[in-house]
Design a protein around this ligand. Structure first.
Ligand code: CP
Length: 324
């Protein structure tokens, strides 16, 4: 794998390979994330032009667990404020020895530009670009679903037969887009539920069912319900119902939580607007996988960095623990 830019073009075999290598990144007995020498001598640059808690820290933890060196770059406080371009910023970091660049950017397509422009030779991982894609979030979500439903039998499994309902601000969500492409590639049936004003115009080209009524969608008994963050910073009154109306009609509250089938899971990529798209009862319930998703993000990102930086080497090599 040369770059990881999206899930739309990720094939089934590639997706399963990442999920299976992520399995290898945890100890089979303790399930703790391993510390491996695999990427010793490699340098991973986290190039973040937008705020992040989970993704940036998770990539840093993943790179360190693989013994790579990590350089964290945040646009805030950098020479970007003096007008330095993406090209010059990336080339400066490459000159410091970057082997992989993990980029989050407000512009859809920025990671693609970095990967294809010829400005740098490092592998590029998309850590979220505009409203386009967030592929490692979708991969960790798929990993979490697979783990919850298939447990120790997860390896090699797709998600055929599972029903996933994605609820909320689909219009602005790169998480929703990456999940739609990946989950359907893996064979899941995906329904999106949102106010009509928060459904993208091109949705007819998506391989999903579209619904507007959350109670009806819950009555259809999904295996997983994924609540999206309402991106208030990108919202205007033209397409957002009032917060009160949104919460009443599309929020996952205690009553809707109880209406979900037993054994179903409640997902959220974070950060959450508690009391808006998800209540505390739902976010903190035993059905919630919110913190599992975060924990799984480290092993999935280890898998992505490993596959990017180790070329075609046998994934079994990743299983070798560091010599004592
Ligand atoms: N889910 C996610 O991308 O969270 P951060 O914005 O905190 O990285």
């Amino acid at each position: 794998m040369r770059h990881l830019l999206d899930t739309k073009t990720l094939g089934l075999d590639e997706a399963l390979q990442i999920l299976d290598v992520a399995e290898d990144m945890r100890d089979t007995q303790s399930r703790e994330v391993r510390k491996l020498p695999t990427l010793r001598g490699k340098t991973v640059v986290n190039l973040f032009f937008e705020d992040s808690t989970r993704t940036r820290i998770s990539f840093e933890a993943a790179a360190k667990r693989l013994s790579a060196d990590v350089i964290n770059f945040s646009a805030k406080g950098s020479s970007v404020s003096k007008g330095e371009s993406l090209q010059d910023t990336a080339q400066t970091l490459q000159a410091m020895g970057a082997d992989a660049v993990v980029i989050r950017h407000g512009a859809s397509g920025a990671p693609q530009t970095l990967a294809t422009s010829g400005w740098i030779t490092a592998g590029v991982v998309n850590a979220g670009d505009g409203t386009h894609e967030h592929p490692t979030q979708a991969l960790l979500d798929a990993f979490t679903i697979r783990k919850r439903f298939f447990g120790a039998e997860s390896r090699g499994r797709d998600l055929a037969g599972l029903r996933v309902t994605i609820v909320g601000d689909v219009l602005h969500s790169r998480v929703a887009r990456s999940n739609v492409w990946l989950l359907t590639t893996l064979g899941a049936h995906v329904t999106i539920v949102a106010p009509p004003t928060l459904i993208p115009q091109d949705v007819s080209a998506w391989p999903v069912e579209v619904a507007y009524d959350l109670d009806e969608a819950i009555a259809a008994a999904p295996d997983a319900i994924m609540m999206l963050r309402i991106q208030l910073e990108r919202m205007n009154a033209a397409y957002f119902p009032t917060e009160r109306e949104y919460s009443r009609r599309w929020g996952l509250d205690a009553a809707r939580l109880h209406a979900l089938p037993e054994g179903s899971i409640v997902m959220h990529p974070g950060p959450m607007n508690r009391g808006l798209e998800i209540s505390a009862d739902a976010a903190d319930s035993p059905q919630s996988t919110v913190l599992e998703q975060v924990a799984n993000g480290v092993s999935v990102r280890m898998a992505a960095l490993y596959l990017l930086l180790s070329g075609e080497r046998d994934a079994a090599a990743a299983r070798e623990p560091e010599p004592a």
